[in-house]
Design a protein. Sequence first.
Length: 396
Amino acid sequence: MQTDPIYSINTADLPVGALLPFDLRDPLGRLVHKSGLPITEQLLDRLSVMGVTTVTVRGSSSPEQAETVLQPQLDPLLVEEVNQRMDATIKILTRSFRELGSSTTIDIAVLRSCIRGLSNHARSDAPAILSIIANRPLGECREFAQVIAERSARLAFVASLCAVGMGLSQDKILNIGIAAMFADVSHLHHPEWYDEQWRLRSEVTTTDAYLHHSVESAQLVAQSLKLDYEIVETISQLQEMGDGSGYPYGIPSMLILENAKVVQIADVYLQLADPQLQETPFFESDVLGYLIHQAGKGRFDREVVKGLINTLSMYPVGALVRLNDDSLAVVVQSNRKNPFQPMVKTLESQGRAIDLSVSSLFIQGPASTESKPRKRIGKQMLDVELWRQHSTAASV
């Protein structure tokens, strides 16, 4: 978390004659203009001779500007459609979770249509859709069934988009989405696992009951719903690891269904990076780097992680980043050819749009603001099972 944010201003945006209410510094932090003194032509000429093209403002002088630019420009029709599909899915799942275990028939066809419509859009707009989901606040939950429904809908949409990024068939995408929707139905029997903010308690994730919750969910689904065997089996395997260290049976990678591997990756990503699931999430790029590392150790599937990165890019749309000239920028468009070189917009008064694939600038690393804090995954944390202790893991 940055308690002393830095805002970058292009020298071309400095108005001659203006009295700025803050000190200006060059990218190295050296003072070039004191607060209260007028901007002059001579100052701009001196900066040009020095080769200084940007200056910085340290402190919280421009939080409103930063928060405004942090929201990428998205197609309002797409935003409306994604939110409508999310709302419809949550409504159906809430009703389904209330009725689970009763004799009431749940209309799976309607849930499939929610995933189908999303996946059709996702083939061209997946990064934008993920940004909409990531910036969507949790609704005002009046009952526990709705809490689980909201989280299940988010997981289903992200898992489906990951499947799209992998180029999987429509049938597989639909089965992955449905499996994700019902992956946590067993949580309905364990409200004590959650705190007063409806966040999963970190100490719960290592208990025997939690380590068996995927099998419990599969059993509940098998008893209450008419679903394909593959979907039920997918749900039962969601806590198994490719290296055989998972729960509850230690199934090796060759016996784990591909669909289960996709939902699992989406679930771990959301646990660590979604601000709706914990107070201070990890940086998205750090989480993706962490998943790559874990895939290299055999715990997660490399192709699935690659599919998630193809969908998100290493720096997802809406993420705040620091460039190598020390300026801050927000990612506004992903780059399918190179996930490290998206299109960004700088946090300046005019906001420069920069295509990093054709620029000398590059991303130095992620950044955050006071109102939207994130934390780092340090090198010593790469081998830790953060998805089982994400709420208490220390940041570096």
